[in-house]
Design a binder for this molecule. Structure first.
Ligand SMILES: [Zn+2]
Ligand SMILES: [Zn+2]
Length: 277
């Protein structure tokens, strides 16, 4: 894909788009998130001791679900829309455009700018989980949602650490253990045309989603239905059309190992059934 001519948005204009209104939106989102998550925790915490293994399973599922949600939100914001859209464009799409132009900018974000957006997308999920009915299934999904929203809260911090030259030693250890987004894994996404490895909580699902053509298929369906060109606003129409015309990645070939049995197995197929007496 050497002929690809990437045309990003203007870096200065994108940075100038971080207005006071967006800042207020982020602060309100963090406050709303704190309220919704405290409410949800009060609902589920008393049941942890009653059903600890179900709670543990739900907490682990929530972490994986957060990785999937981070990929979906990242893909949507990278691929569709523009930073000029009111509210969503300015608050949610603009940071993703800026991140492809200057990937180190995220390391200069303070607490509010790092976490405001993620808090906003978690609020509806946390409130829905509060309203889930009692019972084992309700408790499982409420606990899973709590864990997912907590990991989504951590996602931009994990992403920020992946771009830092010298993260704290404990963070470096977590990255090497694959428990938070590893920098070398995330670097795959930052190679043009920024069209794969969208998951940024921990990245466990990236290779599977890529090989399943998950986002590529969604792009084709949406393009056919709407006529929109994926990532046109991010890399320019020319490059976006070249990327959209690329063939889908090969599906993985599943090779089953041949098993050689060392035993002399009796050929039961040729045995005749004993006549009943
Ligand atoms: Zn991206
Ligand atoms: Zn990044």
């Amino acid at each position: 894909m050497n002929e690809l001519r990437i045309l990003h948005r203007d870096r200065g204009a994108l940075r100038a788009g971080y207005s006071r209104a967006v800042r207020r939106f982020e602060i309100a989102s963090i406050a709303g998130y704190a309220v919704a998550m405290s409410w949800l925790l009060l609902e589920i915490a008393p049941r942890f001791v009653v059903n600890p293994f179900l709670a543990l399973a739900a907490l682990m599922m929530g972490f994986v679900a957060a990785d999937f949600v981070s990929g979906c939100v990242h893909w949507m914001a990278d691929t569709w829309g523009t930073a000029e859209w009111p509210l969503i464009g300015k608050a949610l799409i603009r940071p993703f455009r800026e991140h492809h132009v200057d990937q180190k900018e995220i390391t200069r974000h303070d607490f509010v700018e790092t976490n405001g957006n993620n808090c906003f997308i978690s609020i509806p999920a946390a409130l829905l989980a509060v309203a889930l009915p009692d019972g084992a299934a309700g408790f499982f999904f409420a606990t899973m949602t709590f864990s997912m929203c907590l990991a989504i809260f951590g996602t931009n911090q994990f992403h920020k650490w992946a771009h830092m030259d010298a993260p704290p030693p404990l963070v470096r250890w977590l990255q090497q253990a694959g428990m938070v987004l590893p920098p070398d894994h995330h670097a795959v996404h930052h190679s043009a045309p920024y069209a794969k490895y969208y998951c940024i909580t921990v990245g466990w699902l990236n290779e599977a989603l890529f090989r399943l053509r998950f986002f590529q298929m969604l792009e084709r369906i949406i393009s056919r239905a709407t006529g929109l060109v994926p990532r046109e606003d991010d890399i320019g129409k020319g490059a976006a059309l070249v990327v959209a015309g690329q063939p889908l990645p090969e599906l993985p070939k599943i090779v089953l190992p041949s098993i050689e049995l060392p035993l002399d197995i009796v050929d039961v197929g040729r045995r005749t059934l004993a006549e009943p007496e």
